[in-house]
Design a protein around this ligand. Sequence first.
Ligand code: CP
Ligand code: NVA
Length: 323
Amino acid sequence: KPPRHLLSISNLTPTELSTLVNNATRHRSLGINNFPLSPLANALSHKNIALIFSKRSSRTRVSTESAVVALGGHPMFLGSGDIQLNVNESLYDTSRVISSMTSGMVARVGPHSDIVGLAKDSTVPVINALCDTHHPMQIIADFATLTQSYATTAEGLKGLKIAWVGDANNVLFDMCIGARKLGIEMAVATPSGYELPAAIKAEIDQAGEGKLSETTSPLEAVKDADVIVTDTWVSMGQEEESQKRMKAFAGYQVTEEMARKGGAKKDWRFMHCMPRHPEEVSDEVFYGGRSLVFPEAENRLWSAISVLEGFVVNGGDIKKTIV
Ligand code: CP
Ligand code: NVA
């Protein structure tokens, strides 16, 4: 039987997405110091998980390494300077070889086709740790963070309104797909020329019915929003466009004033996947009382445990965890 992979939020049914989000919160209830008491503490004992990173990472690397250790396994970090991939060796050869010696691959790549290529011939589950169009582990953590603030389970997030102000990127794409699955409303403000690409919109539509509005006006997007989210204006790999982007995104910095003028809900909260640059959000918002950014970052650990449990320990059978 071929392994089941997590390449984007599209790979999950609404129930599976909710289960992964809820399991992340259940794992969190134990806390990392008590995790050895979890029934899963030895679930990956004597198993190697390859962590293939072709781009930088703080949160994804630390959370997945820590998650593998929490489950009793061995994380094998393979940076782009360490392995032959893309220098002396093809994706196909790399995938065949690494999957023959490990129990799972977590990979951060450039184009989405690279993660698809890695998964295609792998004999073990492949988990996308970010590519240019998707970041599923981030979105599971984001919905876990919202669950912990607004509801008791992911199902309780139905009807919430998220405003995204900034670039239409990998994080937004998977957030929109996930929002459709959970019944969350999305309002997206991007400068003209930086809208959601047609192919991604089609993928979002395939994820289900739901409200998604697009505008070039941040004030319009944040109206009645429960949550305002942004991300860097210059994603990894776009560094050469930096100056052009700074100009295009002028006026898109998330601030208290923007939310007030636009009419966001009084108790709106702020999220950002990090790493954060000062231009996309003011210090007042990022470090202020509304900000969920640090719990959001910590939830990367609990989500990584949840994803490894579902895809590696349970072979893609996503079910409620026992804590
Ligand atoms: N949010 C996130 O994926 O951060 P890193 O790039 O540091 O992993
Ligand atoms: N959109 C950002 C997310 C980083 C976690 C990037 O791709 O660089």
